[in-house]
Write a protein that binds this ligand. Structure first.
Ligand SMILES: [Zn+2]
Length: 129
C-alpha cells in the first residue's frame, strides 16, 4: 500500500503527499523541516510579490494570448532599443522583428480562421439536418 503523510488539514482531510523516507510526514508537514518550510514560504511570497510588481510595471498579465506575446515582445524591443548601439543590439532587434512578424502572421491566421468558422458554422448546422 502506498504511504501518505499523516498530517490532517484544517478541513479534516488527510494530506495526500508522499511522506519523507522513514518519516510519517511530508516535507511541508514534518516538524523537523519547519524552518526550511517557513523559508520556502517566505521566498514564495517574495516571488509572488515581485511578479505582481513586474506585472504592474510592464502592464503584462502573463502569456495567455497572442496579444500577451505581442506585449512581451514590445517590452523586449523597448528595453533593447534603450541599450547602447552595438552589433549584438542590432542582432537582437532583427531577431525580435522576425519574431514579431511571426506573431502578426499567427494573429492574422487566427482572425481569418475565426471569421471563416463564424461564416461556416450556420451552414454546417443546416447541412446536418
Ligand atoms: Zn503532508
Amino acid at each position: 500500500m502506498k504511504r501518505s503523510c499523516t498530517y490532517i488539514k484544517d478541513g479534516g482531510q488527510h494530506c495526500q503527499a508522499a511522506p519523507l523516507r522513514d518519516a510519517e510526514y511530508c516535507f511541508w508537514h514534518d516538524p523537523e523541516h519547519a524552518t526550511e518550510v517557513a523559508e520556502a514560504r517566505r521566498l514564495g511570497g517574495l516571488r509572488r510579490r515581485r511578479e505582481k510588481t513586474l506585472q504592474g510595471a510592464y502592464e503584462f498579465e502573463g502569456l495567455n494570448s497572442i496579444e500577451d506575446v505581442r506585449r512581451l515582445l514590445e517590452i523586449a524591443v523597448m528595453d533593447t532599443l534603450g541599450l547602447e548601439n552595438s552589433v549584438a543590439r542590432s542582432r537582437a532587434i532583427a531577431y525580435l522583428s522576425q519574431t514579431a512578424l511571426r506573431v502578426f502572421e499567427f494573429r492574422e491566421f487566427d482572425e481569418r480562421l475565426k471569421s471563416l468558422e463564424s461564416l461556416l458554422a450556420p451552414r454546417l448546422k443546416t447541412a446536418r439536418r
